[in-house]
Design a protein around this ligand. Structure first.
Ligand SMILES: [Zn+2]
Length: 259
């Protein structure tokens, strides 16, 4: 499912959205690589000046980015031996950079290869504490949308394509996830027919955080072609841009809880 393609068809679609030239510059930044964007914020790059200009005189909305796993918890293993926690982190750092240029203040649950549980105790206790710490960060301010970044695997290598799952507590989670899904399909994976789904029962944070939250399963590490893409900086930047663009299309309105 969900044939992956390169950025070739990306430009006409973006033009059709009549996005301002600033956005086109940002896309150029994404294509040239996330490292350029990261450099842009530490040096005298014009992109950095643009980011500052965007920030001036406006309220910067906050967003939480949560790279799944980390430290003792590697998550899934790819067909090429790559570890999910590393793919999640690299993609999340690109997402952070793109969101910052879009004008967001980005709160990362982690920005290095760490577990958020304290050391000592059993692995199970550490993992539990890690999840509780992530959720505490998410629940600090319920006006902030949360983007959880993960990778999928399946026993059959043919499966590919991104899929979005929404949190079950905050009533805005579903439309947040739908906005991100639509953006990723439109910009990156036009043949992806994967349905938007509610949180799987075994994803604890997605079922318990009170914040509006989407879990982005960016692709399948069990598919050789997609695994290679997910490990490439270029594709990570493209996925980051598509996810960030989806967030810009979302406007949380209800700020309440279901049931
Ligand atoms: Zn995961």
């Amino acid at each position: 499912m969900g044939k992956i393609r390169k950025l070739g068809g990306f430009w006409p679609r973006l033009r059709s959205l009549a996005v301002v030239s600033v956005i086109l510059l940002l896309v150029a930044g994404v294509i040239f690589g996330g490292s350029m964007l990261r450099q842009a914020f530490s040096g005298g790059d014009p992109l950095a000046a643009m980011g500052e200009a965007l920030a001036k005189g406006s309220i910067r909305p906050e967003v939480v980015v949560d790279p799944g796993h980390g430290g003792i918890d590697g998550g899934a293993i790819g067909v090429d031996g790559s570890i999910e926690k590393n793919v999640n982190l690299a993609l999340s750092l690109s997402l952070r950079d793109v969101l910052a240029v879009f004008g967001y203040d980005v709160v990362m649950t982690r920005d290095t290869d760490i577990s958020l549980g304290s050391e000592g105790g059993s692995i199970r206790q550490q993992k539990r504490e890690d999840l509780e710490t992530r959720m505490a960060i998410m629940d600090e301010d319920l006006s902030r949308p949360v983007i959880m970044v993960h990778q999928n695997t399946f026993s059959q290598p043919a499966y590919s394509g991104a899929q979005m799952f929404y949190g079950t507590v905050h009533s805005d989670s579903r439309n947040l996830a739908e906005s991100v899904r639509k953006s990723v399909v439109t910009l990156l994976q036009p043949d992806n027919t994967r349905e938007l789904k509610s949180a799987p029962s075994d994803v604890w944070v997605l079922n318990h955080t009170s914040a509006p939250v989407v879990m982005v399963e960016c692709g399948f590490l069990s598919n050789p072609q997609e695994c290679a893409l997910l490990n490439s900086e270029e594709y990570q930047c493209q996925m980051a841009f598509a996810v960030a663009y989806g967030l810009t299309g979302w406007s949380g309105t209800e700020n309440g809880k279901e049931g």
